[in-house]
Design a protein around this ligand. Structure first.
Ligand SMILES: Cc1cc2nc3c(=O)[nH]c(=O)nc-3n(C[C@H](O)[C@H](O)[C@H](O)COP(=O)(O)O)c2cc1C
Length: 551
């Protein structure tokens, strides 16, 4: 018999008595196995239901016939604490943002995280962010009107960094300040910018108790420690000086602003839909938590900094893992796009509901195209990833339309653009003359910039065609999506949640939270040395009605 470190188990059903014997090889003799008895909780439908009844504490008691679960707490083999969904995550996060649950539906561009989605999550005691990126300012303002009148729930708006269109970022912050938006999800930042700091510090003051008060809050979304450090540190001096010189802050306010973090909350985002560094959340989250500890110690902020987790979370198991690792809150995205409230077409929701984990790819991004940034998209049934990456390759290789070999140009005009490139440029120029004339003027002088703007036209349109459900452009659909979508589909298979028509964001969220709570209870049992039948860990989807007594 080979020497192994691994204990192995066997189960011996003896009437109603179930006991596990752990056979551990003794390495010094390698010949005399030692048997230990480990209490074992067997499966029954009743035991599974008891574990999923997350608000009731239980005791695992040996009633002489093996372990059973009994209600309440007694001096027994093991205790299973109640774990209501509202206890998951950081209470400070829930309190600060006036939420019942530490659950966030992340921003999804083009209004995919629609006002309906934001409102549904908000009314359920969770937090949703409106997907302002890619939306005209008038649309964003209409969304503000819809969710703020009256505003009986918490919600926020996205501020996505737009290095190639800085005027847009400024205009969005102007709008948010003018319309009293109090919470933003700040994403895709590398260096922080003046508009972001202006939003955060606007209206800063001391209250009657002498504490610093900031009416505006930022939740930063990051996938790198250096960016997290910028969010968790006070605003840089150069920004504060600039705001003072522009009369946006008084010197006294700037002094107060130098004592607060840009964001009290930052979401560590692992491999997600859309912009992503594809980092595994299990590696990223501990690193950002450790950074948080260091910066909290350095700055001694009165309210401790918090780290949330996003990217890859779409199952109860993933949610439980994130909370157990120390996430203050969890953020979902991909799964919400397949829900009824999402602002995209039924045909996209159908493809998403069929996706498997490997059906995603990285493709050149429209917003940071020239920088070579990529976004994670659904590749199943489309040629978008291949075409977008081809455009980036051509952009790198050539300096103008004219330099692109005629054969390749013909392919672009026939298959990608379905129009002559010169015609696409005319439409693109018109758009920029209206929205950001400096870009159009630069392109007139710089043929490479013209190339970039035209290629970005295709990438931009490719994210509009799926919204409209344009079947003639199905091969060009750019649908941002991460592997979480496939994970959710696998979990939901065979249940009512398999159909996208039955997926609503709150039912999904409640299932993730209730499932995470039940798994946390099971984990507590294991920590006390109780082995459990693997079937007790299953968290099959439940309807809103079935979950109603926990929420
Ligand atoms: C369709 C889609 C669009 C997205 N658009 C944005 C966006 O405009 N701004 C942003 O901060 N995050 C965006 N994200 C990221 C989500 O807010 C969220 O952080 C992420 O999807 C969570 O990871 P997951 O996709 O693995 O659930 C988008 C994600 C998806 C799936």
């Amino acid at each position: 018999m080979s020497c192994t470190h691994c204990p192995f188990f066997y189960r011996r059903p003896t009437g109603r008595i179930y006991i596990i014997h752990q056979i551990v090889e003794n390495h010094s003799t390698a010949s005399a196995p030692r048997a230990e008895t480990v209490p074992f909780l067997p499966y029954s439908a009743e035991t599974a239901a008891q574990l999923r009844d997350i608000g009731r504490p239980l005791a695992a008691a040996d009633r002489g016939g093996g372990l059973v679960l009994a209600p309440g707490i007694s001096s027994s083999a093991a205790l299973i604490p109640a774990c209501p969904a509202e206890h998951l995550g950081d209470p400070g996060f829930r309190r600060t943002h006036n939420l019942k649950y530490a659950y966030v539906g992340g921003s999804m561009a083009n209004g995919i995280s629609s006002t309906q989605l934001v409102e549904a999550l908000g009314r359920a005691g969770m937090l949703g962010f409106y997907g302002a990126a890619g939306q005209p300012l008038e649309e964003v303002e209409k969304a503000i009107d819809r969710v703020q009148s009256p505003p009986p729930f918490s919600c926020g708006f996205n501020l996505i960094h737009s290095p190639s269109e800085p005027a847009l970022e400024t205009a969005l912050v102007d709008l948010y300040l003018r319309r009293g938006v109090r919470l933003i999800e700040a994403s895709a930042f590398i260096d922080l910018t003046l508009p972001l700091i202006r939003f955060r510090t606007s209206g800063i003051c001391r209250n009657a108790a002498g504490e610093i008060e900031t009416p505006n809050r930022v939740i930063g979304k990051i996938s790198r420690a250096e960016v997290a450090a910028r969010f968790f540190s006070p605003p840089e001096d150069r920004f504060l000086r600039e705001l003072v010189s522009r009369g946006e802050l008084t010197p006294g306010q700037a002094e107060l602003a130098s004592r607060i973090p840009v964001a009290e909350d930052a979401t560590a985002e692992g491999d997600s839909g859309g912009h992503t560094d594809n980092r595994p959340l299990v590696n990223l989250l501990p690193a950002i938590l450790a950074l948080r500890d260091r910066l909290q110690e350095r700055y001694s902020y009165p309210e401790a900094l918090r780290v949330g987790a996003g990217g890859g979370i779409a199952t109860p198991e993933a949610a439980a893992a994130a909370f157990i690792m120390g996430a203050a809150y969890i953020v979902t995205g991909s799964v919400n796009q397949s829900c009824v409230e999402a602002g995209t077409s039924g045909s996209v929701k159908k493809i998403l509901a069929e996706a498997e984990q490997a059906d995603v790819a990285m493709a050149a991004a429209a917003d940071m195209f020239e920088m070579g940034v990529k976004v994670q998209i659904l590749k199943r049934g489309t040629m978008f990833a291949m075409r977008a990456n081809k455009l980036y390759e051509l952009y790198r290789a050539y300096n103008s339309f004219e330099e692109i070999p005629a054969e390749m140009r013909a392919v672009l005009e026939r298959d990608y653009f379905r129009a002559p490139l010169a015609e696409i440029w005319l439409g693109t120029r018109e758009y920029f003359m209206r929205n950001d004339p400096a870009q159009a003027q630069r392109a007139e002088k710089d043929p490479k910039h013209k190339l970039a703007l035209v290629f970005r036209w295709y990438l931009g349109q490719a994210s509009r065609w799926p919204l409209a459900g344009d079947e003639s452009r199905k091969l060009d659909y750019q649908v941002w999506c991460g592997p979480a979508m496939g994970a959710f589909n696998e979990w939901a298979k065979g249940s009512f949640l398999e159909q996208p028509e039955a997926r609503d964001a709150v039912t999904v969220a409640q299932n993730l939270l209730a499932g995470a709570a039940a798994l946390t209870r099971l984990h507590a049992l294991r920590c006390q040395g109780i082995a459990v039948d693997y079937r007790l860990a299953r968290q099959e989807p439940r309807t809103r009605d079935q979950l109603s007594r926990f929420f």
